[in-house]
Design a protein around this ligand. Structure first.
Ligand SMILES: C[S@@+](CC[C@H](N)C(=O)[O-])C[C@H]1O[C@@H](n2cnc3c(N)ncnc32)[C@H](O)[C@@H]1O
Length: 254
């Protein structure tokens, strides 16, 4: 089943308490800490509904967003219109040829890189990022750290949230970890409940990968980058940890 086809409608409601501002500010801090010159233009790959991008635009950056999900882009476009934003939002993915522009930085936020589950897809993603960067330009993203995932296995869970009309729904998450393939299969089911009976509105399989630092270093080198920085979320001075699934990484185009 196509990822983010039916799930997209619920996406912003599910993540309404996610601290996008803190993440957008952190990626800005991370980029500034590694940049040699001033960063003005940013390409965001996998921008989804443009939550981080609207904040980065407010912080003064000129943003182009690209996402392969038609539904996420449609929702993003509505939001940009409402906000009077100048963000250029395109539907497409990293297998596209070229956007014909080069940027000071490329970002991918909220485990976009995790969706690149094969060596080929990761290479395609990195090559696409590379060709859209000026020399010395930076690629920053968050990703899952393999040792942390292997040590603390994913849990199945259920959360409830309210959609835009205020109706309650549930998101069931069932995870199967394939360590040999380095892939976590997450099944997202969106359901509503009426008199104890559940109705399913979306049922999607998302496959996500995770990385050792060595794998990222090799992939960087293969695709014209150098991995220059990695750290824990919101902790620029703290090295990645096997106690935390999430890490942030910066690569520089060489
Ligand atoms: C978890 S969502 C994150 C969306 C958004 N960045 C956010 O923080 O809410 C991952 C997004 O990455 C997009 N995506 C994954 N791989 C992609 C690729 N190779 N090219 C373009 N979009 C991609 C998906 O369509 C999806 O919208």
């Amino acid at each position: 089943m196509k990822q983010f086809a039916k799930y997209a409608r619920y996406y912003d409601s599910i993540y309404k308490d996610k601290d996008y501002k803190k993440e957008a500010d952190f990626v800005e801090q991370l980029l500034k800490s590694q940049a040699k010159g001033k960063i003005k233009n940013i390409l965001s790959i996998g921008c989804g509904t443009c939550m981080h991008e609207l904040i980065l635009e407010k912080s003064g950056y000129k943003i182009t967003g690209i996402d392969r999900s038609e539904k996420m882009v449609a929702l993003g476009k509505e939001k940009l219109k409402e906000a009077g934003s100048k963000i250029k939002l395109l539907q497409g993915d990293t297998s596209m040829k070229s956007l014909g522009t080069k940027f000071d930085a490329v970002v991918s936020l909220f485990n976009v890189i995790g969706y690149q589950t094969t060596v080929e897809a990761l290479d395609t993603y990195l090559a696409f990022s590379n060709k859209h960067l000026k020399k010395g330009g930076l690629l920053a993203f968050d990703a899952w750290y393999q040792p942390a995932i292997v040590l603390s296995r994913p849990q199945n869970k259920e959360i409830s949230a309210k959609d835009a009309e205020g109706n309650e729904f549930f998101r069931k998450t069932t995870s199967v970890l394939d360590i040999k393939k380095s892939v976590l299969h997450i099944r997202f089911e969106i359901q509503t409940e009426n008199n104890g009976t559940r109705t399913t509105h979306a049922d999607e399989s998302h496959y996500m990968t995770f990385f050792t630092m060595k794998e990222l270093e090799i992939a960087a080198q293969k695709n014209g980058f150098k991995l220059i920085k990695s750290c824990q979320p919101f902790e620029i001075k703290k090295d990645v940890s096997e106690d935390n699934w999430n890490m942030w990484v910066v690569m520089q185009k060489i």
